[in-house]
Design a protein around this ligand. Sequence first.
Ligand code: AMP
Length: 364
Amino acid sequence: VSATRRLKPGDTIGILGGGQLARMLAIAAAPLGLRCQIYAPAGDNPAFDVAAARTIAAYDDAGALARFGQTVDLITYEFENVPDATVALLASSGAPVRPGVMALRISQDRALEKAFLAEHGVAVAPWTPIDDVAALTAALADPVFARAILKTRRFGYDGKGQLRLRAGENATHAFAAIGRAPAVLEAMVDFRTEISIVAARGLDGAFAAFDATENRHDGGILARSTAPAAVTPRTAEAAAGIARRIAEAFQYVGVLAVEFFVVGEGADERLLVNEIAPRVHNSGHWTIEGAETSQFAQAIRAIAGWPLGPTGRRAATVTMDNLIGDAIAAWPAIVVEPGAHLHHYGKAEARPGRKMGHVTRLKA
Ligand code: AMP
């Protein structure tokens, strides 16, 4: 029953996580008549302001999770770093978990993710697992890793848990710097640009992708997304095809994002997958005003078992700029700028590197 359950207006979606993604999911659920109950530990939870109900509890509170699973009609999550034990508890709580537990388990571990991609014929940058200093020392002697990036297998985001390395680097120091946690070493990719595909797969197996989006990062954090991406039509199609292959392999239900490095130019353009996010994604925020269905409404439709919405773009070009840290102070100018759409996440404190909001601009 739970595998095929469809929600109806009045039903409640339980969302693990109380950040801006949960906030925008709850806002998108409202016009469809669906309620959201947010599960998050105490703290600054911007989703609480817009949701019908909240559970304030730790992610490892077995009792609270079990009650949550009995209260809501469906469970989803806004971030992939949900602890394993939490996932197992939720899966046995009776309410369906969408996207499913397999996508969550694989995408929260960089080594499992890369192995999964290889199994499905998807190219990634050269990499090797690193479990100790000896493995790192050996890998750094390989010319493939002359310029490399060491990333913890789990719990990394926005460039956290990462360290760039060069040949001759002290492996002991480097491994200590990422907390001696299980990691992967990746060759640095000389990419021309980065793109992502945000796409949805429905309960009925239907698939729909938004336009490929070009992403510029600053210090490992997304700074600007532009849709459509300036890549060849063949590359854009190949990227959507890879996202579809991944979604099908996971028997995925919901919205997912796939981030790519684009190497080379013109007829030589090639794609390498950087990572998969089993959720709505920062590089899809432009769809709120810029596409016929927003990624958030699409995610709600998909997990609710409803038909997917159309994904066409509403303007020739759409840009989305993140407002990070103090950049949020520009909001008074943005609200008077014609054609600019402000999204202020309502967070209490503008710490450096913290995503405080974003602004979307449509250009005819
Ligand atoms: P990640 O957290 O893995 O998405 O990394 C954040 C950003 O760091 C990426 O979007 C890239 O801009 C950069 N980066 C990560 N891995 C690599 C790599 N192997 N080669 C070059 N740049 C990378």
